[in-house]
Design a binder for this molecule. Sequence first.
Ligand SMILES: Cc1ncc(COP(=O)(O)O)c(C=O)c1O
Length: 475
Amino acid sequence: MQKSRPILAWETLLDLDADTPGARSSLRDRVERALRRAIDEGRLEPGSALPPSRALAETLGVSRWVVTEAYGQLVAEGVLDARTGSATRVSLGPGTALPRPPAPGPSPSSDAAPPIRYDLRPGIPDLRATPRSRWAAALRNALASLPDHDLAAAHPRGYAPARDAVAAYLSRSRRADPDAARVTITHGATDGMDLLTRELHRRGHRTILVEDPSWPRLRAVAESNGLRPVPVPVDEDGVDTDVLAALSAQTGARAALVTPAHQFPFGAALSPGRREQVIRWARAHRALIIEDDYDAEFRYDRRPIPALQRLAPDHVALIGSLSKSVSPALGLGWMLLPTTISPPISASPPSLVDQAALAHFLTRGDFERHLRTARSRFRHRRARLLDAIRRDLPGLDVTGIAAGMHLVLALPTGTRAAALTSGGAELGLGLTALQRYVTATPRRESLVLGYGNLDDALIEEAVARLALLIRNAAE
Ligand SMILES: Cc1ncc(COP(=O)(O)O)c(C=O)c1O
């Protein structure tokens, strides 16, 4: 009696016939998928012990090899945990996390700024929702599956499977015109910009058109590589392409750095007319558009806007990064370049293991799964933040809410954003003045409020504190 219960249970639990039609169907794959399904659907809980491979093989009526192979793959990915002398157990899976790191406490150094409790800084994803387990699984898989002969080989533009995976992702998700041969794996957008502007300088470029306002680090990198940034104003339709063309004629600039999907920091999408106009400019002058596709995945009310790159693959270099969509700690990104440009080979490319993990993360669909969850979380957070702002700060203009992880809050006349940022630090608020991103065009005093890393439990409290700060500043 006692023996028949587990046998029946395992047979039912691991339904080898539940595969979707058309899926690969070797027995080994079916056992692996059945285990995955049982874990994903919570029927096998974290920590539960699996039968020895011989016993499960007998129960399922398959050879032992089939089960050890399936276990081996899942152990390599970190989904199962196998320790010598003890049973193979479920270790990781959706909803299960690696041991949590300690909550952020005060910094050990006494002269550090007070900790930020209400994180309203732009450009930071939800650090609490870093997909640690999935990335750990990707790393384990990379280590387990990288062939020995690849370990010491040169990968000048990046590891081929990672470049293929990025090309496929950009085609599927950003509707870019992909060609794996044109993808370079980088440490992120800044690294891509560094490599690209070094090449532009080598080709004789000495200026670059840059949106004003814009993300300062990319400007700074261009400048450090000998390209003087020429600021181009932006409005509610994105960068002003008439002014861009005029400034190009005036300065001879033949490269432009733009954020067409989501202008940073105002949040506008480049209008269809301007998309065409900037491409016309690039074609007429054999110029290069650098498309900083920094948080295009987070669009809430409509489908994401396709990459500009697909309209003119010979004139657009797309730079992307996992820094804002997954975690800045990964230090991974990519560039998709026109065939005419080959950037210098990086002296310190991302580690091969990280690149192989990136390939796994993308091809398994973990990146898109992560994005779906993050998008839904940010959509709710944005709605609550907006409600709180309307309630506690009525009458203040909010812009740039259609996409991304931040919005722009215009301040009451006479209130200086810089004064709020220092006062806010004392209240535990991480605030950023719009002015930080502006180079030339005067703008209304505003704050750029990020909500990527704002704790959901603290949204209302954060806005109440901000409202207090703004009221006090006005008195
Ligand atoms: C608009 C924009 N572009 C580029 C970057 C830089 O990305 P990375 O960290 O990959 O260098 C950021 C970072 O926050 C950003 O906000």
